[in-house]
Design a protein around this ligand. Structure first.
Ligand SMILES: NC(=O)c1ccc[n+]([C@@H]2O[C@H](COP(=O)([O-])OP(=O)(O)OC[C@H]3O[C@@H](n4cnc5c(N)ncnc54)[C@H](OP(=O)(O)O)[C@@H]3O)[C@@H](O)[C@H]2O)c1
Length: 343
């Protein structure tokens, strides 16, 4: 075989390889037939030298330096906002394509914000940096899109129930530690969240804005509009943190242009890529974080007519926030770019 016939392999760097999303990305990479060349892992100085198992090999974690991205084709960033800002720019300047998980780049006009099942065409318009949505936005747009294509959605009211892994490794540890203390009748002091999260529910994700919404609620609204190319879509969110380790849920109330029959909606969702319908109330079958964790799909159930509006539909959507909500979606963006030949 001539060399030009060999499939191209892509040199990949993961920034934040020791975090909950970075770890998930490594796991997913071993299970998909991604054309992987060299793989380099970065984290903070604290982790430099640490060895991470990847398939049959061990890779040493490095600290980012001025030449880190030479010869790298693709950089996945799952670290801090500051790193996304500085490293994102530097890596793109060095010629790599950056797929960023933070909120830093998402709303920039020249940065495609992509869920490949919804707006795959947008990957072609990148200028070096692409972004994944917030992990609460992804299940909402995934479930709305197949319905919107046949009966445009006019207004969405959503309440989310988001797991602690959405905040990262420190929050997972905090829930575990607080749960242990609560069960022993000990005081469970909060560090990551403003209040105890064990045995509690907090209607505060991100920071409060002047209009009373939180930054997370604002992200759900503006990101949904951008991904669906519907700048005028009316959408209002309440985002809530719940004491669950993995899995984000959303109770979605959507108003369509004309009546949306629940059976028709279910049929459309059954055909939609990346969606699994779990909807049989006679056996209490509906999506749950527990059964969605570790899975790739967005699960949808409790699909019913909204009794308060003739064009309204209500449903419940759940996904693994670390997989489809983050690492998997990022990898699917790369795969989409490869298949479109835009990397
Ligand atoms: N968690 C989710 O469900 C989710 C979903 C969508 C998007 N995101 C986004 O993904 C990103 C990562 O989130 P996460 O939940 O994985 O957080 P995490 O568990 O706290 O992990 C953070 C990662 O960033 C690394 N890091 C910190 N400072 C660094 C530095 N100066 N240089 C290089 N690496 C550094 C950490 O390395 P050390 O181990 O060395 O500290 C660790 O690998 C965030 O932008 C978040 O908004 C998360």
């Amino acid at each position: 075989m001539q060399e030009s016939d060999s499939p191209k392999l892509y040199n990949v760097a993961i920034v934040g390889a020791t975090g909950v999303v970075g770890q998930q990305l490594l796991r997913i990479l071993t299970t998909r037939s991604f054309p992987l060349g060299n793989l380099t892992l970065f984290a903070s100085r604290r982790s430099a030298g640490k060895k991470i198992t990847f398939g049959e090999t061990e890779i040493e974690v490095e600290e980012i330096g001025p030449r880190s991205f030479r010869g790298v084709d693709l950089v996945f960033i799952s670290a801090t906002d500051e790193i996304s800002r500085s490293v994102g720019q530097a890596a793109a300047k060095a010629g790599a394509v950056v797929i960023d998980d933070s909120g830093v780049w998402r709303m920039e006009a020249n940065v495609p914000l992509v869920v490949p099942e919804v707006n795959p065409g947008d990957v072609a318009h990148h200028e070096g940096i692409l972004a994944i949505p917030n992990c609460a936005t992804t299940p909402i747009v995934m479930a709305l899109w197949p319905l919107h294509k046949v009966n445009p959605v006019k207004r969405v009211v959503v309440a989310t129930y988001q797991s602690v892994s959405g905040t990262g490794r420190a929050a997972v540890k905090e829930l575990a530690e607080q749960t242990r203390r609560v069960l022993q009748n000990q005081r469970a002091a909060p560090h990551v969240y403003p209040h105890q999260i064990a045995n509690n529910v907090l209607p505060e994700i991100g920071s409060f804005k002047d209009d009373g919404y939180t930054s997370e609620e604002w992200k759900v609204a503006v990101e949904t509009r951008k991904i669906m190319h519907e700048p005028e879509l009316a959408i209002s969110a309440t985002c809530v943190r719940v004491p669950v380790y993995v899995g984000h849920c959303a109770a979605v109330h959507a108003e369509f242009t004309s009546p949306m029959d629940a059976e028709r909606a279910q049929a459309l969702l059954l055909e939609a890529p990346g969606i699994t319908v779990q909807d049989d109330t006679s056996i209490s079958l509906y999506p749950q974080p527990k059964t969605s964790a570790g899975r790739d799909e967005v699960f949808v159930g409790r699909i019913r007519q909204d009794s308060s509006h003739p064009n309204g539909l209500v449903f419940w959507a759940v996904c693994d926030n670390l997989r489809k909500g983050a690492a998997l979606n990022a990898l699917q963006i790369a795969e989409e770019m490869i298949s479109q030949g835009v990397i």
